[in-house]
Write a protein that binds this ligand. Structure first.
Ligand code: 5GP
Length: 115
């Protein structure tokens, strides 16, 4: 059984965060340390530690992450200009929180993907 992270507490609203979207499959909230004017973290409500742990039973939640991203981009007013979606996996990917999540970044022109 994977160990819970701070994101499980955010999903259950046990610790404060600015939740911008939530449904039965996913939760999205503003990143505590934003790297762009709009920086939203989108997570499945179920704990999946990394992309390596994804199975077919997670497909509905993973698909919903994209539907939510599109809705949130619209909500944030960044859909037309564009935005970036990033999922980090493990050490080389720069993952810090081991609850799979997608970063939605926008509100300005972003630089190169990898530095
Ligand atoms: P990672 O590097 O794992 O892909 O990204 C984790 C992200 O979660 C980071 O951008 C970090 O700022 C954000 N984060 C970590 N702890 C918290 C928290 O307690 N609240 C919020 N809102 N974001 C967090």
């Amino acid at each position: 059984m994977a160990e819970e992270t701070i994101f499980s507490k955010i999903i259950r609203r046990e610790i404060p965060s600015e939740i911008v979207y939530q449904d039965e499959l996913v939760t999205a909230f503003r990143d505590i340390s934003p790297k762009a004017p709009s920086h939203i973290v989108i997570v499945p409500n179920v704990l999946i530690p990394t992309v390596n742990d994804v199975t077919a039973e997670h497909e509905a939640a993973l698909g919903r992450m994209f539907t939510a991203a599109a809705k949130i981009a619209e909500q944030e007013g960044i859909a037309e200009d564009g935005f970036r979606l990033i999922i980090n996996c493990n050490r080389h990917g720069g993952q810090e929180v081991y609850h799979l999540h997608m970063h939605l970044l926008g509100g300005k022109a972003l630089g190169p993907l990898v530095s």
